[in-house]
Design a protein around this ligand. Structure first.
Ligand SMILES: C[S@@+](CC[C@H](N)C(=O)[O-])C[C@H]1O[C@@H](n2cnc3c(N)ncnc32)[C@H](O)[C@@H]1O
Length: 243
């Protein structure tokens, strides 16, 4: 960038407070430090969604690492809205995604929540070195208090897959698998695949992340034996639509 252009950009950013100039300047600085990541188009209206931003700050806080994933999930839920079936989340943590699902639910539908509520189970050799047993601890009481206004939520505290069989008579239209590790991801997808309605969606939150190699391995291993294709988003999420 020419020095004159650079100073013009600085002037427009900080004196005129021109929004595009600030974005463009920030983009240039970002690429100097971390060129591998590609910054998206300026002016995406999703950043103007104040209702979503308020929800996120209340339920997640000021770490925006899952902002795009939660926004994507909130919109994917609209795809299954008119199907008959229930919802499940494997890996609940503090209930931020459970809240989005509960908001999307109709009165005759239920949400089943599976979690140790004691943090991650022990990582296996497929899981790399990022996680340790007990990470991401959040209590069942915290989640229950956050979701207290919803009557149609079933809590299934315990190690996945120990409590799945209790719910084998139900059919599901949306399952969020977000347990970070190989074995519970595999167990979740294996169980719910056979309990999905046609058109139902299994969404894996952890598929694209260096920190969760086991989740991708588990999803790939199971789905390669099935007719569905895995759709991978730049958010890191991946999903299948059950045939
Ligand atoms: C990344 S957090 C879930 C985040 C949540 N889905 C959200 O969007 O806010 C992972 C969760 O998986 C749970 N978990 C990990 N291994 C598990 C296992 N084997 N059985 C049950 N829950 C498990 C942890 O307790 C933790 O709450």
């Amino acid at each position: 960038m020419k020095i004159v252009t650079f100073f013009k950009l600085l002037y427009n950013s900080f004196v005129k407070r021109d929004d595009w100039s600030r974005y463009y300047l920030a983009e240039k600085i970002f690429y100097l430090i971390y060129p591998k990541m590609k910054i998206s188009e300026y002016g995406n209206i999703y950043h103007d969604d104040v209702v979503f931003k308020n929800y996120y700050e209340k339920y997640v806080g000021n770490n925006f690492h899952s902002y795009d994933r939660k926004y994507t999930l909130m919109n994917i839920l609209k795809i299954v809205k008119n199907l008959n079936g229930h919802y499940a989340e494997c890996g609940v943590f503090e209930g931020a995604t459970s809240y989005l699902i509960a908001e999307a639910m109709l009165k005759n539908e239920q949400l089943f929540l599976y979690d140790t509520f004691e943090g991650l189970s022990k990582p296996s050799g497929n899981d790399g070195h990022y996680w340790e047993k007990g990470d991401l601890f959040a209590s069942e009481d915290l989640v229950k208090s956050r979701l207290a206004k919803y009557e149609n939520i079933q809590y299934r505290k315990g190690y996945i897959p120990d409590r799945f069989d209790e719910d084998s008579s139900f059919k599901f239209k949306f399952v969020h698998v977000d347990v970070d590790l190989y074995q519970p991801t595999r167990d979740s997808i294996e169980f719910f695949y056979d309990h999905m309605v046609p058109g139902g969606i299994i969404l894996c939150d952890d598929y694209g992340f260096y920190s969760c190699p086991g989740a991708k391995k588990a999803f790939d291993e199971i789905i390669k034996t099935k007719p569905e294709n895995i759709v991978f988003f730049p958010t890191g999420q991946a999903f299948i639509i059950k045939e």
